[in-house]
Every structure is written in C-alpha cells, then in structure tokens.
Design a protein around this ligand. Structure first.
Ligand code: G4P
Length: 193
C-alpha cells in the first residue's frame, strides 16, 4: 500500500539491526486517517468471505483490528496477555514465544466470544516471526472456528513469520513488506495489497 510505504519512509526509524520504530502513527500515537485507509484495504480484501470476527492481540494490534472490524461491521476481540480478575469463565489459551523479547507469555480469549460458526480474520500491526499469529490461530482452532486469513500492517519479510503461517495453511495479506534494512533505510518488496 503506497500510502503506508510513504509514511514509513517519512516517519519510521530503523533501530539497530532489525527493528522499525513507527510509534508516531501506528504503535503508540495513532493516525486515525491512515488507520481508516489501511483498514478499508484489508476489509475489502476479505469482505466477500463472510468474516464474523476480527481477532488480534494486545496492545498495538488493537487499533488496526478495531478499524478493520468497523469496516466489516463485526466485533473485534483482542487476546489478553495477562489474566485479569474478571476472567472467571472458560478461557482459551496459547503460549506465545517472543524472539524479540525472549519471553514466553500465555495469551487468552474468553471462550464465550468464539464459536464453531465463526469465520475469523486475524489482524496485527507487525509480522516478524509469526509467533503471535500462531498463538491466535491455536486459540481460534480450539474454539472450532475457522481462520480465513491474517491481515498485517507491516511485515518484516526477512523474518520467518510469513512462511510459518503459509505452512499452517493460512493466507497472509500484508500492506507493507520490508525486504531489508540497508544503512538505516527501509527497502520494500512487493506488498499484497
Ligand atoms: P512475532 O509475534 O511475529 O513472533 O514477533 P516477535 O516475537 O519478534 O515480536 C514481539 C513483539 O515485538 C510484538 O509485539 C511485535 O509486534 C513487536 N515487533 C516485532 N518487530 C517489530 C518492529 O520491527 N517494530 C516494532 N515497533 N515492533 C515490532 P508485542 O510484544 O506483542 O507487543 P505490543 O507492543 O503490541 O504490546
């Protein structure tokens, strides 16, 4: 998506070897106009497929997922990383290992929000090693629901996430795909939308 690539080039900062900081429009401060445009592209891609829920993981997946859910007129559910005291009923859980942070966390969704009739679109801000999306797929399958696709704002194509998801039979749609960082600059490869 050209608009997103331009914004990454303008406002993104490459940190170290492989981290892109985009906190001015995506992961901390949110540019709602850009968010609406991006959500529309993802929603249009999946509109004909009868999506009933959009699922993401807290924290920075929530903003893009909410906008996509609005476009598709369905609920958005975000997996929680910390069990909270109000989650007293049945919960579905998965272990998610973060290569970036080198910690494993248990993520959960209340089972009452997903059923075998659901057709789910997963949305997340970043795809790196794919562990977050893999954990969400695991939870959605525990509910007997169907994962229709994974919509990603920024994919780091030099990491393994996309292949992992494709190998598990799930379609991936990324709005920006980063091939590499070269001398602190972002180099894109062909995006999916
Ligand atoms: P994975 O989910 O694809 O396996 O990714 P990984 O473990 O490598 O990443 C862990 C966290 O770091 C994720 O956020 C992911 O969105 C984020 N992340 C990965 N690469 C980048 C990057 O280049 N830039 C930025 N800004 N974030 C990146 P999280 O820990 O789940 O949390 P949150 O920040 O959404 O709360």
């Amino acid at each position: 998506m050209k608009l997103l690539e331009e914004r990454i080039l303008k406002d993104g900062n490459v940190l170290g070897e492989n981290i892109l900081k985009v906190d001015s429009f995506l992961t901390h401060q949110v540019d709602y106009k850009l968010m609406k445009e991006m959500a529309k592209v993802l929603a249009d891609k999946y509109r004909s497929q009868g999506i009933t829920k959009v699922v993401t993981i807290e924290a920075s997946g929530i903003a893009p997922a909410a906008y996509v859910a609005e476009c598709l007129d369905v609920p958005m559910i975000f997996a929680k990383k910390h069990k909270n005291i109000t989650m007293t009923e049945g919960i579905l859980t998965a272990e998610v290992y973060s290569f970036t942070k080198q910690v494993t966390s248990t993520v959960s969704i209340a089972s009452k929000f997903l059923s075998a009739e659901d057709k789910v679109l997963i949305v997340d801000d970043f795809l790196a090693n794919g562990q977050a999306a893999k954990g969400l797929i695991d939870i959605i399958k525990q509910a007997g629901a169907q994962v229709v696709g994974v919509g990603i704002i920024i994919e780091k194509s030099f990491q393994d996430g996309r292949q992992l998801l494709i190998d598990s039979g799930v379609e991936v749609t990324s709005l920006a795909r980063i091939e590499k960082f070269e001398n602190g600059q972002v180099v894109f490869t062909q995006a999916d939308a």
